[in-house]
Every structure is written in structure tokens, then in C-alpha cells.
Design a protein around this ligand. Structure first.
Ligand code: ZN
Length: 171
């Protein structure tokens, strides 16, 4: 959850593309689907490694290891995002509409591709987790104040209750 220091640290590069890594990715896909959400980063399950998973098309989960966003479009879009690690935190976040991503798969093979719209948003959201950045850092000042107020007042988490698949990122 938001107070967890792991969520505020920069995750470390993955160096061994072994069974443990693939097991972790599988575990994360399960956690993501159970939430339900459409993305998850390793620090959210307490593992400070540069691994994220997401699933835009049902039945086709993707795992990116050591991802880099090498190009981000100047064109941006504001959309509502929720985060499994930030209870009651559906807030507007501005993201690049298109990105080029370079990463490795769970076997260590290099991949590079372009993503846009929701896929680009999810990757940017999860990438932020690897950098220790949360949506409360990205949103407008007003929305941020409201979110922090709700957290202080102990409003129960709504993650998963929202129409998760339509907008946000872990979302
Ligand atoms: Zn998140």
C-alpha cells in the first residue's frame, strides 16, 4: 500500500532470466487478475525488480523485463487511473499517447515495440512503479489533495470495485 517504502524506491535491473523470474511473472499475472486490474509492477508484490506485467487483450498477458520508454509522443492525453497500491485513488493523469518501448522478455530476449492509447498508459503507469513514482505524484494538485485527504480519513479502498478494465492502469 501507499505507505510501503518499497513503492518509493527505484527497482533494480533484472540480471538472471531464470525460472524464478518466470514464476514471479506468473504470480504477478494472478495477482493482477484477482484484483482485478490490467497491470502490475513487481514492487507492488514487494519485489524490487524491474519487471511489469499487463493484460489489455484478455488471455494475452505480457511481461516486460528492464523496460525502457525510448520515445514518448509529445501528444498527451488525460485519463483516469486507479492503482492497486493507492486505495481510493482514481485520479486524472496525463500520459503520452504513444510510446516506443524497449525491454526483454522473461527469457532475456530483447523486444521493441510501439504502444498507444490504453496499452501506452498502462506501461507508463507500471514503469513509474519501477521508478518509485505513484499516480499521486502525477496528478493535478487538486486531485492529489483529495486523494491524500481520503487516505488520511481512512476511506476504504475501492480498487477492483471500479470499472477497472475501461480506464486506469493497475487500473
Ligand atoms: Zn499502480
Amino acid at each position: 500500500m501507499i505507505g510501503d517504502p518499497v513503492l518509493r524506491e527505484r527497482a533494480r535491473e533484472v540480471t538472471s532470466f531464470d525460472r524464478a523470474l518466470r514464476k514471479l511473472a506468473k504470480h504477478m499475472v494472478r495477482v493482477m487478475r484477482d484484483a482485478p486490474g490490467i497491470g502490475l509492477a513487481a514492487p507492488q508484490v514487494g519485489v524490487l525488480q524491474r519487471l511489469l506485467v499487463y493484460e489489455i487483450d484478455e488471455g494475452e498477458p505480457q511481461a516486460l523485463v528492464n523496460p525502457e520508454i525510448v520515445v514518448a509522443s509529445a501528444e498527451t492525453e488525460v485519463g483516469e487511473e486507479g492503482c492497486l497500491s493507492v486505495p481510493d485513488g482514481r485520479v486524472p493523469v496525463e500520459r503520452a499517447v504513444r510510446i516506443t518501448v524497449r525491454a526483454r522478455d522473461v527469457y532475456g530476449e530483447p523486444v521493441e515495440f510501439e504502444a498507444e492509447a490504453l496499452e501506452a498508459r498502462v506501461i507508463q503507469h507500471e514503469y513509474d512503479h519501477l521508478e518509485g513514482i505513484l499516480i499521486v505524484d502525477r496528478t493535478t494538485r487538486e486531485a492529489r489533495a483529495a486523494t491524500l485527504r481520503a487516505l488520511r480519513e481512512g476511506v476504504p479502498p475501492v480498487d477492483g470495485a471500479a470499472p477497472a478494465r475501461l480506464s486506469g492502469a493497475d487500473l
